[in-house]
Every structure is written in C-alpha cells, then in structure tokens.
Write a protein that binds this ligand. Structure first.
Ligand SMILES: C[S@@+](CC[C@H](N)C(=O)[O-])C[C@H]1O[C@@H](n2cnc3c(N)ncnc32)[C@H](O)[C@@H]1O
Length: 320
C-alpha cells in the first residue's frame, strides 16, 4: 500500500492469479473467447480513451452530458458524508461533475488496469485536494472485499460507460447482486446503460474510420503475448464488430486471416482460416428491460435520465 497525504493505493492483485487459466480455457473452447477485461493493459487504457473522443462513438459524450446537466439533481438524493466507488474508473473523467456537485467525503476509483488507475487517481488528487482518494486495483467480475480503511457508511457505486453491457444479462444480474451486497442497505448505484437503437448507428460506433477500435481489439493479443509468453502475429487477425439484433448485443471478434498455430503459456492453439475469437459483448437495453433486471437484483429505481435521442440512459438506484 502506497500512502501520500489523503491518497492511498491498494493492489488486490486481480489478474495474474487467474489470467493463465481463464485465457487458456477460453482459447481452447470450441468457440474461442476472451474476457474484455484483458483489453486493459496500459496501452489498452490509452486506446480506450482515444475511442471516447471519436466522432462515431456517441456513448461517452452523451452520458457525460447527462451527468453535467443533471449533477445537481443527482446530488439532491444524498446528504452527509458520501463515499463514491467507481467500478472501472479508467481515466476518472466522468466523476468530475459529480465530485463538484456532491462534494463527497471519499472517492474510490476501482480498476483492473493498475498503472493507468494510479496515474488517473493522482491527476484527480491534484485537482481535488480536499478529497480522500482510495484507489483499488481489483477485478469487478469477481467478488471484491474492500480494504477496511475505506468508509462505507453512505456508499454510492458509480458504474458508467455502459460497462455492464460487457456482461451477459445473467452476468449483469450477478454483478448487480454483488454490488448490492458490497454497498449494503444504505447503498445507492448510479449506472449508465447504452440503449437499443438503429443497427447502423451501433455498428459505426464500433467500426470507426480511423481504426482505433480495431487497434484496441488487436491490442489484447499484444497483452497476451507479453503476459503469457505468446507469439500471436497481429497481422494474422482482423477486427470485426457486428450488432446481433436477436440478442441485443454488439459482438466484437478477432478473425484469423489464415490457418495458423499460436503458442501461448506453453500450449498450442490452432486457428482455421476465418475462425474467430469472441473478444467482447456490449449488450444494449431498453429502459424497462434494465429496470426489471435491477429490481430482480435488489435495487429500486430513484431516477431515470435520458438524452433527447434516447441513445443512453442513466439510472440512480437505491438498495431495496
Ligand atoms: C469501457 S472502459 C470505461 C471507462 C470509464 N468508466 C468510462 O465510462 O469512460 C472500462 C473500464 O473498466 C476497466 N475494467 C474492465 N474490466 C474490468 C474488470 N473486470 N474489473 C475492473 N476493471 C475493469 C477497464 O480497465 C476500463 O478502465
């Protein structure tokens, strides 16, 4: 644990324990699959930041505008010393409007990408020196036990970016149940949800003209090569992202451009030409569908905010 004035960093060592097992299990299955959490090494985090500025990528600017417009209204739902816990905090940009409106006692950015988390938390600390920051490097797809130093009397979880869409609906429910248990009976959750919409708008957002999403997708192979002693050749794979209307999800793949054999963590992995690794789901929700999922997971709706185009929704939920 590193401690600097009112900044503390806790490394719950989320990745290395399970990465080898989880990755090999996914790549040796008949439908090859990788968890999207492996996109996020230092370069992956930077590429994601670039994605958020792309003209085709409407979610970030739409959701940020909702927080900026409605931060005072959101703040009215709170009093006293609140602790904000952000799941997948990345560059900690969206939290700024809320910090200013809510003046919480503490902020807990939680992310799997440790170096990026530390750098972002320190930047934030420099701008908000009145705020206690407890940065936690952890994997939110698993159960998390927060360090005891973190005050949890009035916790509000913050899960923006529609990152919940990376889980299947069953996985999303399991996440919501875990968050409900961690936040406790006084807990609230402010969460961003990308909406179902026109297929062309969705597919463009994940197939940008500048090729940044393609680089982000391919970067997972560089990350695996480095961490698990692999020899993936990046020019042997192509980025694909399609909207599967039947299940309501953007599905991202890396498609093998030739028959090839890759060595990873001492195992041989065979690829046929055209074979795909499924690297990400991004499920989209209608508001009613999400409200039902939240209710089944122990959360009651306090507020629902949306933009003029109905592209994105933000829900404030409280423990039921
Ligand atoms: C899509 S980005 C969203 C970043 C930011 N919250 C936003 O809304 O723009 C997802 C973030 O969650 C982190 N992340 C992804 N999977 C994670 C996991 N299983 N546990 C913890 N953090 C994770 C990534 O490192 C990244 O910072």
């Amino acid at each position: 644990m590193l401690q600097l004035s009112n900044y503390q960093f806790f490394d719950l060592a989320p990745v290395l324990r399970t990465m080898r097992e989880e990755v090999l299990e996914g790549l040796l299955a008949p439908q090859k699959t990788l968890s999207p959490k492996y996109f996020y090494d230092e370069r992956g985090s930077r590429l994601f930041d670039e994605i958020t500025h792309l003209p085709e990528y409407y979610p970030t600017r739409t959701e940020t505008a909702l927080f900026e417009t409605h931060s005072a209204e959101i703040a009215q739902h709170f009093s006293g010393d609140v602790t904000l816990i952000e799941y997948g905090s990345g560059s900690s940009r969206k939290i700024r409007a809320l910090l200013e409106a809510m003046r919480p006692a503490a902020y807990v950015p939680l992310d799997i990408s440790g170096e990026h988390l530390e750098a972002s938390a320190k930047t934030l600390q420099a701008d908000y020196d009145w705020l206690d920051i407890y940065a936690v490097c952890a994997d939110y797809s698993q159960e998390i036990k927060l360090p005891e130093a973190i005050p949890l009397n009035q916790p509000m979880a913050f899960f923006p970016g529609s990152s919940i869409g990376n889980f299947t609906p069953e996985g999303a429910q399991a996440f919501l149940v875990r968050a409900r248990a961690l936040m406790g009976d006084q807990g609230k959750l402010l969460i961003g949800i990308d909406r179902k919409k026109d297929k062309a708008v969705l597919e463009l957002a994940y197939n940008d003209a500048a090729g940044v999403t393609a680089a982000f997708n391919l970067n997972v192979l560089t990350h695996l090569n480095r961490e698990l002693d692999g020899n993936f050749e990046l020019d042997g794979f192509a980025h694909r992202a399609i909207y599967n209307e039947q299940v309501g999800s953007i599905q991202m793949f890396l498609q093998s451009l030739k028959p090839q054999q890759v060595t990873l963590a001492g195992e041989q992995i065979e690829f046929a030409v055209g074979e795909q690794i499924h690297t990400e789901n991004s499920f989209k929700y209608d508001p009613e569908q999400f409200a039902e999922l939240a209710a089944k997971s122990g959360w009651a709706q306090e507020l629902h905010l949306t933009d003029a185009q109905d592209y994105f929704s933000v829900f404030l939920l409280s423990a039921a």
